[in-house]
Design a protein around this ligand. Structure first.
Ligand code: FAD
Length: 418
């Protein structure tokens, strides 16, 4: 069988690429192949409202079930692509079936990075990547009191916030000397550590896990490198993802911590694109010009837009300002831009008020903002990131002054308005 466009991975990026192709007038045949059993759904609520039991799965669907038929998109669920023959433009599925493509969009995201130490595969050890992962956790929750979260990144911290609100005793174990060290500056890390502790979560920094302790095949504790053992009924591992690109590597692509793509999301194989979490690209808003992967809904959607425009003959290079959010307790963090490579930060407001922003700059120019319960800074900050604006730093640090009142900012915001 042949399809004009085959999209592998029916997550955010893949589902969005399929629907945008139709929206932009593409009339050829489209297959969207996903290994999960569910219709395409949103992942962010998995560590937030879905885990908390505040949102049902139906509310996570990206499109109603009828959409895919109506748009003549051949949605194939519970099927995994295991081989790519780039020269023949042919895919092999786990069933052994083959499917030929005109153009291939690889949108497979990543698999949760697993611990490599003894005990990593015990029952009661969880990652938070898909619905099945979280359903397994929810199933075990009634018999769970002590939860150890390994990794103080966004997903681990969100899960910790939900589970402590549910009355569990939660400890976060972080190998570095602060949480969120990979993605945020020190002020934000210290703020979230304080908030979690205030909510009863124990946050332990500079902690190395040696192995997981089991009894009868089930996890009962985590042994640390210092010889101590912490008891646990459940362990959540949130230490990042590994891009799901093995079939493309076997087809001849080089591993660049993902599929390296150009500004049109083209990979180095003929008629192959990659988008979303698995795509490594040079981002125009990154101060460090090295290929990076962005793990965000924004990037998945915007790269889907780039590839669908390219295929429909309206090519436009990727030029979206990165943004991201995280919900923990009653705190809404909104991030715009990429702080990688910053040489200075300016704090707007007092973290003790639980409403403040951190502005990241390089050589005086704004790279990114982390805004906590501070929507206005986030909205106006986007234009500053886009323009690489160099603000007056004294005015910028004056939180009584709205960002728009900082000299020069109003003009930049107006200029960037659509
Ligand atoms: P995915 O959505 O992961 O989809 C990839 C799909 O491809 C998966 O269904 C996978 O099973 C499938 N697949 C993989 N290999 C194959 C194969 N060989 N054959 C067929 N199918 C395959 N982002 C934010 O911006 N804000 C947030 O607050 C936020 N919270 C998050 C919370 C959680 C718990 C998680 C897991 C992610 C969160 N993210 C958040 C990140 C965001 O969800 C991802 O960036 C986004 O889902 C990436 O979309 P994607 O299509 O690249 O990958």
């Amino acid at each position: 069988m042949h399809k004009d466009v085959v999209i592998v991975g029916a997550g955010h990026a893949g589902a969005q690429a399929a629907s945008l192709l139709r929206q932009q007038g593409f009339e050829g045949s489209i297959a969207l192949i996903g290994e999960e059993h569910e219709l395409p759904y949103e992942r962010p609520p998995l560590s937030k409202e879905y885990l908390a039991g505040e949102k049902s799965f139906d509310h996570l669907l990206l499109r109603p079930a009828s959409f895919w038929n109506e748009k003549h998109i051949d949605l194939r669920l519970a099927q995994r692509v295991v081989g790519v023959d780039a020269r023949a433009h042919r895919l092999t599925l786990d069933s052994g079936a083959q499917l030929d493509y005109g153009q291939l969009i690889w949108a497979t995201g990543g698999a949760p990075r697993r611990l490599s130490c003894p005990g990593h595969d015990l029952q009661g050890v969880h990652s938070v990547r898909n619905r099945a992962d979280v359903d397994r956790m929810i199933h075990e929750l009634p018999a769970t009191q002590r939860v150890l979260v390994i990794g103080g990144g966004y997903i681990g911290l969100e899960a910790a916030a939900v589970l402590s609100k549910l009355g569990k005793s939660v400890t976060v174990l972080e190998a570095q000397d602060r949480v969120l060290a990979r993605v945020a500056g020190e002020a934000l890390s210290r703020f979230y550590e304080t908030e979690h502790r205030a909510n009863g979560v124990e946050v332990r920094l500079n902690v190395l896990v040696d192995h997981l302790v089991g009894e009868g095949g089930k996890v009962v504790g985590v042994a640390l490198a210092d010889g101590s053992v912490l008891q646990a009924d459940m362990v959540i591992v949130g230490i990042g993802i590994v891009p799901a690109i093995a079939p493309l590597l076997e087809a001849g692509l080089q591993d660049c911590n993902g599929v390296q793509v150009d500004a049109f999301c083209r990979a180095a194989l003929p008629d192959v694109f990659a988008i979303g979490d698995c795509a490594a690209h040079l981002n125009p808003y990154c101060a460090v010009q090295t290929p990076i992967r962005l793990e965000s809904v924004q990037n998945a959607n915007d790269q889907a837009k780039v590839v669908s425009r390219f295929i429909t003959g309206q090519a436009q290079a990727y030029d979206a300002v990165p943004w991201f959010w995280s919900d923990q307790y009653d705190l809404k963090l909104q991030t715009v831009g990429l702080s990688l490579g910053y040489d200075q930060t300016v704090l707007r407001g007092d973290p003790a008020t639980r409403s403040f922003s951190v502005v990241y700059l390089r050589q005086g120019r704004v790279l990114a903002l982390d805004c906590v319960n501070q929507v206005r800074d986030y909205v106006q900050g986007k234009a500053l990131v886009k323009a690489g604006f160099a603000p007056d730093l004294v005015a910028l640090a004056d939180a009584d002054l709205p960002l728009k009142a900082v000299p020069g900012v109003a003009a930049v915001v107006q200029e960037s308005a659509p």
